[in-house]
Design a protein around this ligand. Structure first.
Ligand code: FE2
Length: 247
């Protein structure tokens, strides 16, 4: 749509090299997963299959005109897709919260997104026809998309784009594999923010008396347990299982 209105090659718009005006065509986004949040972001990812580069293009012209978010449309997604896209949405929310570009509005969206995702992702995975869980996941995914579109993402997405393109790993799966490892790696620099998120992961447990470090560790542990429950491979398992050999 942007090319139809502006012409040229899609890669020309990467990194703001070429400016563009909004498309003349109405762009209606209808997500079938929960999800990328793409229905609410100005980000477009297109893989150049010749160079194995995932081109990231961020411009308001790529934003949809209308988003139709219907939880029913997410019911037929296969289990691995529910798991990977669900953790991708969680990544969006956590990364938007941790981002140096975050601000009070994105914090509010990110917190709400995490609450929705944590309360419904396992139910959505266990019963793909649980419409209540699907609705909550759709809201969480949408809010996470709005949060990261305004606050950006961090190291998980920064790494998953080039490595995912190189090893041909789907976006959601690679983000889901990276999230626990990146949180471990980043903990020292964002320990207070991680601790602040813990109550969203464990709403029924009082953790105020614990140290900041202990709360941050527990939050990361919650993410790891969720990934295990959803049968997301660990980075180590994926690597030893064939990626290193190019299988
Ligand atoms: Fe993503």
């Amino acid at each position: 749509m942007v090319l139809e209105s502006n012409g040229g090659y899609i890669g020309d718009y990467m990194g703001g090299k070429k400016t563009c005006k909004p498309a003349n065509i109405t762009h209606i986004a209808i997500p079938t997963t929960a999800g990328t949040g793409s229905e609410a972001t100005d980000v477009t990812i297109i893989t150049n299959t010749t160079t194995d580069v995932k081109m990231m293009i961020k411009h308001p012209a790529f934003m949809s005109t209308v988003a139709i978010v219907d939880p029913y449309l997410t019911c037929s997604a296969p289990l691995p897709v529910i798991a990977a896209t669900g953790v991708d949405a969680l990544c969006h929310a956590i990364e938007a919260f941790l981002s140096k570009k975050a601000h009070p509005m994105t914090h509010t969206l990110a917190r709400s997104a995490i609450t929705h995702i944590i309360s419904s992702l396992q139910r959505s995975y266990d019963d793909p026809h649980d419409l209540d869980a699907k609705e909550s996941m759709c809201i969480g995914s949408l809010q996470a998309g709005m949060a990261f579109s305004n606050a950006s993402v961090t190291l998980v997405h920064g790494m998953s784009r080039p490595v995912g393109a190189l090893f041909h790993v789907p976006h959601g799966i690679f983000n889901a594999m990276l999230l626990p490892a990146v949180l471990d790696f980043s903990k020292e620099d964002c320990v207070e923010q991680l601790a602040e998120l813990l109550p969203l992961f464990m709403p029924d447990r009082k953790t105020d008396s614990l140290s900041v470090e202990a709360r941050a560790d527990m939050m990361i542990q919650q993410v790891k347990e969720l990934c295990r429950y959803l049968q997301i491979p660990t980075l180590r398992g994926w690597w030893l299982g064939g990626a290193r050999r190019g299988v």
